[in-house]
Design a protein. Sequence first.
Length: 148
Amino acid sequence: MQTNISQWEKGGLVLTDSEDIYKKLLQMRNLDFTSDKRFYHENFFWNYRLSGIQASLGISQLNNLENIIAQKRKQGLEYQKLLNPYSEDLQLPLDISNGSENHYWVFGIVLRKENIRDSLIEKLYSDGIETRPFFWPYTLQPALIKNR
């Protein structure tokens, strides 16, 4: 099963009924170019425009979005049930937080004990569950540390 809920490539999809947000989004998707000065950037943005094929693929997935989310939730709740007996060692993701259901785009756990990561990865792999370390925080990224 795919990790992401939908495949929009980089940037995703934003829906808004705010004229101000819409104008800002247009500016952001175009490297922050404005009509005032050509090739002049007020902010640091990327070119996040989707190709026609990427947009078509993403739009086609909207028709199946509820099914995709239901499958992700089913899988996440099954992991909750399977891993709950180990909650002394693991902090499991919340199913509901601030009234919002977790869609489990990824099932992230926090280890409560040091030095158990590698043995846990091996154990879960032997049980047919693939795992990996999660993303490093931006504050620990070498590129940001050396350029502070």
